[in-house]
Ligand binder design. Sequence first.
Ligand SMILES: [Zn+2]
Length: 358
Amino acid sequence: MWYNGGVLIQPNTRIKEAIIMPVYRQSQYTTTDPTGQAVDLTEPLQDKRPNGRPQPWHLHRDQANLLAVAYRILGDEDRAHRVDGCAPRLTFAADDTGHLKLRNAWFCRVRLCPVCQWRRSLKVFGQTSQIIQAANASRRGGYQWIMLTLTIRNVDPDELPTALTHMSQSWHRLIKTKKWTDAVIGWQRATEITHNVDPDSTWYNTYHPHYHVLLCVEPSYFNGRKYIPQAEWTAMWRAAARTDYDPMVNIHKIYGSTPAAIAEVSKYATKPADYLTPWDVDAMADAVRVLSSALHRRRLLAYGGLCKELHAKLGLDDVDTGDLVHTDNADETTAAEAALVAYSWIPGYRQYYRNIER
Ligand SMILES: [Zn+2]
């Protein structure tokens, strides 16, 4: 018998049915979490960022259940168990405006976990923003920032590990070229892998590894002799990757504010929608197997030049091993902060509810 975050799966139950099994909602206002803590069902978690954007904890936590199912199908009970136990209770400090600030939670740190991936991407977003700010403040007139996307052709599942190694070697060849070292002052590189899950596509079940790179260049870059046009970037990446075709390369200047570009380099590895496909559990398990093994012990976020120096100077921790509770690095503790409030994940209701204090 399997325990799928509160939904018991009998050995004979079709997994698809177990996942979408409707939950009978009791007509009472309290229930208990798996540890026996009472919760108030009239108070679901409503965590919003200071800009008002809702933080969809329950959606990420719900997707984590699917990942645990995939690991169980693969016989990886250890990872399934860790993912099942990810973020069971969230403790926040609430200020007098009702704004919540996460103070304590346990995260499983399994690389494909949707909750942990989301926390990591928030963290990278915060760190990248700080690096850009610090870099621009360090030089009169600041710097110019560019987004560079480097790709190779889609690969079959079994070719993914080799493709990632090949891309990494190609990258090291690229950043040693004279054109690169002349023009690029700093860089931040994120690895993303997309997976085609559309059975009608000719590229179905192929993987597309690519790099999103944020480049720091001098403000005079676009008018100076160090400028590298699009065709030249393609030629440089083709030579570095030693391909017999022109790989897709995209480059664009970042104007004004940079949140969209920062979001690009803050993507963390793979979108859960690219491997959590409950309508086809066999394909889902296979994608989880392929990605878990291809990403194992691989560095997905890298820094160089000025960005690397500032990452160290600002004391930013490593996103793979660092704290996932405090994602914005800023200590917003204020005197107005009131008592701590805790919310528990109630699997059958697929939501977090406020703990009732005894
Ligand atoms: Zn997790």
